[in-house]
Design a protein around this ligand. Structure first.
Ligand SMILES: Cc1cc2nc3c(=O)[nH]c(=O)nc-3n(C[C@H](O)[C@H](O)[C@H](O)COP(=O)(O)OP(=O)(O)OC[C@H]3O[C@@H](n4cnc5c(N)ncnc54)[C@H](O)[C@@H]3O)c2cc1C
Length: 390
């Protein structure tokens, strides 16, 4: 059994805590915020994560708090339906997609852990590798030691420095507006509950239901010559969002007009890291491999990391840890580098919607996802394969 300290109670850190406890390890999670509020909007739990969460009995809860997002309807900016089916994911043998509200999903994960496991108001400022353990220093001048420290603290990582790596962020020239709208305010969504996307020149308008189908998650991707803050909570102007989608069909206008507020989020890309670990420290989630959001895989890759690490560390002790962390990072760097690259390529295709054959363009995105087995990957099976190859 290992004594494991996880920095960050986001999707990756909490999933890792659940998966590692399931393998018998002693786990503590240290989160900087004093309270876990429902910040954020929606994301899809895709088949590659859904089947992992089923192994710890969470699939029914996700279906309860989420909304099925497997079926979709794709339109141009005038509202004409494009003849594409199962867009962008083809059906996967691993399961279906459910869209969740990030805050509700985080609360679900927390509720799976004993109260004493999650420590709030603990901002890690530095992590040090010692002989056979690691130490975390917190901003409140306290500290803890552990056999293994996992940096799951997202894009503003402090653990990369302890590992001796750095992934610089590059603006993608794109920003996203996002909003949450009660479904009863949207006549079109009351009639059709499928994920809906509209394509226009360099812009995409995406809507899907979260919160058991009660709330519409709205995302408008637009070009940007300024680097908007890489933030999930930076307020923006509804009039600016309206201007970006002026002239788009009535369903888009109804949605923007029904929003009471909007937030903006700058989109940044990062290169893969050459290594994630020291002897007693490793990275997980956005801290290791933040990616552009065009495949909706950021949270799903964090969950894949969590289950792969737990699989590889089953039965681990201090003596085997350094060797096993190498297996973890090798299987996960290979996978997440691919997903980072394909997310970037999907972004280029999305931005190229000025071309008049929109159906071909939409199919190209779908084909790219299928060709790279993005949603059909089994992280537990691949982790076992990496262990067997040691
Ligand atoms: C507030 C917020 C809202 C988001 N909203 C959305 C959204 O609407 N849609 C979407 O698709 N994705 C959203 N994301 C991103 C998405 O959740 C992540 O890309 C993905 O889940 C990867 O998860 P992660 O656990 O690696 O990182 P994150 O989800 O970013 O979690 C990192 C956690 O670590 C904590 N933390 C950071 N630094 C420290 C530190 N030094 N010490 C201790 N704790 C620290 C953070 O407070 C956070 O709770 C949001 C992320 C955040 C933090």
């Amino acid at each position: 059994m290992l004594n494991i300290a996880i920095i960050g109670a986001g999707v990756g850190g909490l999933t890792a805590a659940i998966a590692l406890r399931d393998k018998g390890h002693q786990v503590n999670v240290y989160e900087q915020t004093a309270e876990l509020k429902a910040i954020g909007a929606g994301f899809g739990v895709l088949p590659n994560a859904m089947h992992l969460l089923a192994t710890v009995g969470l699939d029914d809860d996700i279906k309860r708090i989420g909304h099925s997002a497997g079926a979709s309807i794709v339109r141009d900016l005038d509202g004409n339906k494009l003849p594409v089916e199962n867009w962008p994911q083809k059906p996967s043998p691993l399961g279906s997609t459910y869209a969740v509200h990030r805050g509700e999903f985080q609360q679900l994960l927390v509720s799976e852990l004993p109260a004493e496991v999650v420590h709030l108001g603990k901002r890690a400022v530095r992590v040090h590798q010692h002989d056979d353990h690691a130490r975390i220093d917190f901003a409140d001048a306290t500290g803890v030691t552990a056999d293994l420290v996992i940096g799951a603290e997202g894009i503003r990582t402090v653990v990369q420095e302890a590992v001796g790596v750095k992934a610089p962020a590059t603006g993608e020239g794109v920003m996203a507006y996002r909003a949450l709208v009660p479904v009863e305010k949207l006549s079109w969504a009351l009639e059709d509950q499928r994920l809906a996307i509209w394509f226009g020149p360099q812009r995409t308008f995406l809507c899907y239901l979260v919160s058991s189908g009660k709330i519409m998650n709205v995302v408008g991707y637009v070009p940007s010559d300024r680097d908007a803050a890489e933030s999930w909570s930076a307020p923006a102007e509804l009039d600016d969002l309206r201007a970006e989608f002026a002239g788009w069909e009535p369903r888009v206008q109804e949605t923007i007009n029904a929003a009471e507020s909007t937030f903006k989020w700058g989109i940044f890309d990062r290169p893969p890291l050459p290594t994630w670990s020291t002897r007693s420290i490793t990275l997980l989630g956005d801290a290791a491999h933040a990616m552009v959001p065009h495949l909706g895989q950021g949270a799903n890759q964090a969950m894949e990391d969590a289950f792969a690490l737990a699989t590889i560390l089953e039965g681990a002790d201090k003596g085997s840890l350094a060797r096993l962390l190498k297996s973890y990072e090798s299987v996960r760097i290979e996978r997440t580098s691919l997903v980072q690259r394909v997310s970037r390529e999907a972004g280029h295709l999305y931005r190229d919607f000025s071309n008049d054959d929109l159906t071909k363009k939409a199919e190209a995105i779908s084909d790219l996802i299928a060709a790279n087995h993005i949603a059909g990957y089994d992280a537990i099976a691949e982790a076992k394969r990496a262990l067997a190859q040691q």
